[in-house]
Design a protein around this ligand. Structure first.
Ligand SMILES: [Zn+2]
Length: 187
């Protein structure tokens, strides 16, 4: 977890995010900043659909796209809409630890059995469904995936501020992912 930057006070927020909607998100969620009134969204948040996560943010503050693994590759029109029509200039991409989109293949049998037993699918159709979509939605590693997605979004929307964050389910806090620590020591 040494690739994560904890935000415990205002001074922990790096310069490039201070006085931006990214900094405000960190202040609202982590530091209990008092809510301001918003009539327009300031920010687009991309985060996983996982049920263990809840953000403390004011009404109207953000658009939120939730998808497995905080993967926005298949939500591009919605991202473009939030920027072009919704007028947001910042994106917070929020991965989380213990994400179910990591190592999908280990849950293949459970996935197939669940579709058969709970949804009434034929086993073969369930298996084909898994094989068709698991490679698209597998994220490999939560932190590396968010960093890669952030790079992609910055190239796609060069005037938009994009920040990589991680939500730790143990303490329900947001952490900034340090971008200069991408090369990990072998462990
Ligand atoms: Zn997840």
């Amino acid at each position: 977890m040494n690739r994560l930057l904890a935000v415990l006070r205002e001074g922990d927020i790096p310069q490039q995010y201070r006085r931006t909607p990214i900094g405000l998100l960190l202040e609202y969620h982590n530091l209990g900043r008092q809510y301001e009134l918003y009539s327009n969204a300031q920010l687009l948040i991309g985060m996983c659909m996982d049920n263990r996560k809840h953000l403390r943010i004011p009404d109207n503050f953000a658009f939120i796209i939730r998808s497995g693994g905080a993967n926005l590759r298949y939500s591009e029109f919605k991202v473009s809409y939030a920027i072009a029509v919704g007028n947001v200039r910042s994106i917070a991409l929020v991965g989380h630890n213990q994400c179910g989109m990591v190592d999908l293949v280990s849950r293949k049998e459970q996935f197939i059995r669940g579709l058969v037993e709970s949804a009434g699918w034929e086993p073969q159709a369930a298996e084909e469904h898994f094989h068709q979509f698991a490679p698209m939605f597998e994220i490999g590693n939560e932190i590396d995936f968010v960093l890669g997605e952030v790079r992609r979004l910055r190239l796609r929307y060069p005037k938009v501020l994009v920040a990589p964050l991680l939500y730790r389910v143990e303490d329900n806090r947001l952490y900034l992912i340090q971008e200069n620590s991408e090369r990990r020591e072998p462990n």
